[in-house]
Design a protein. Structure first.
Length: 279
């Protein structure tokens, strides 16, 4: 499917119901997730950083690294891809606009811009709004129907009143032209509903990075349109590796290998001989 059709399909997914957009970190994980029946994919900056043996931080990956990775994931999948574009790889609005223009050229169907200026700091709300406006203008100037997601990082940077500040910012980002709103770190049904109500009718993305007891159906009832997983799936894989390798290194036991995916299944999947089973 060409980029125009993928972008139209991605936009349509946000019009009703609730869908999960899992986050691959390399070509193999993108192909596996695509074979399991998901309808769109999103990159993960943390998952990609971990695959490079790097920590997740705003200054670890270069724009060139990220653009190459996003293009690789988009080319590996027949599904729409949303780019985790962190803070736009620039501080000023003009730089954000140029980075967004280049990201569009990778073939993505959407991209997200966050308002964190560091590990524990946010851009001033005025500056953050201008950055969203710059991203919106770059998309509009390209003529591509790319969905813009604006993220309020209040819960992740330790803001003293994260819900109030996140809803204030998301309302401003919606007015500045964001198509989808996202406050990673919101967890309780009450807080999720508050975010949804604050920006209605625009769609809201919720991050599920751990098992909180909520299911997709619960999130749909709360009005959530899109559910992303961030680095969670990559951390599941890293967790299995760490547990198995530690058992071998410390105890001399190979019991941890019992949970390995069958060689035949993976070989058939990557040979294009059949889809993986979601059941």
């Amino acid at each position: 499917m060409e980029a125009t059709a993928l972008r139209a399909s991605f936009r349509a997914l946000h019009s009703e119901g609730c869908f999960v957009i899992p986050n691959p970190w390399d070509i193999g994980s993108a192909r596996v997730l695509g074979a399991l029946g998901f309808r769109a994919l999103a990159t993960t900056s943390a998952g990609f950083s971990f695959s490079r043996g790097l920590p997740d931080a705003l200054d670890v990956l270069s724009l060139e690294d990220v653009l190459e990775h996003v293009a690789e994931i988009a080319a590996a999948s027949s599904l729409p891809v949303n780019a985790d574009f962190q803070s736009g790889y620039a501080a000023d609005p003009a730089g954000v606009a140029e980075s967004v223009r280049r990201c569009i050229d990778t073939g993505v169907a959407g991209l997200s811009i966050e308002d964190a200026s560091g590990a524990d700091a946010l851009f001033d709300v005025g500056a953050a709004v201008e950055r969203v406006r710059a991203a919106r203008a770059a998309i509009d100037a390209s003529g591509a129907d790319v969905l813009l997601t604006a993220r309020a990082e209040c819960f992740l940077v330790g803001h003293p009143d994260p819900l109030a500040e996140a809803t204030r910012r998301l309302e401003a980002y919606a007015a500045a032209g964001a198509d989808v709103l996202y406050a990673p770190g919101v967890r309780t049904p009450e807080d999720i509903r508050a975010v949804v109500e604050a920006v209605r009718p625009k769609p809201v993305n919720v991050l599920m990075s751990a098992n909180t007891g909520l299911r997709v159906a619960d999130l749909e009832r709360l009005g959530v349109r899109r559910v992303s997983l961030g680095s969670a799936l990559s951390r599941v894989v890293w967790g299995a590796l760490l547990r198995s390798a530690r058992e071998i290194a410390v105890d001399g036991s190979f019991a941890g290998l019992e949970g390995a995916a069958p060689f035949e299944e993976l070989n058939a999947l990557f040979s294009g001989q059949g889809p993986a089973s979601a059941s």
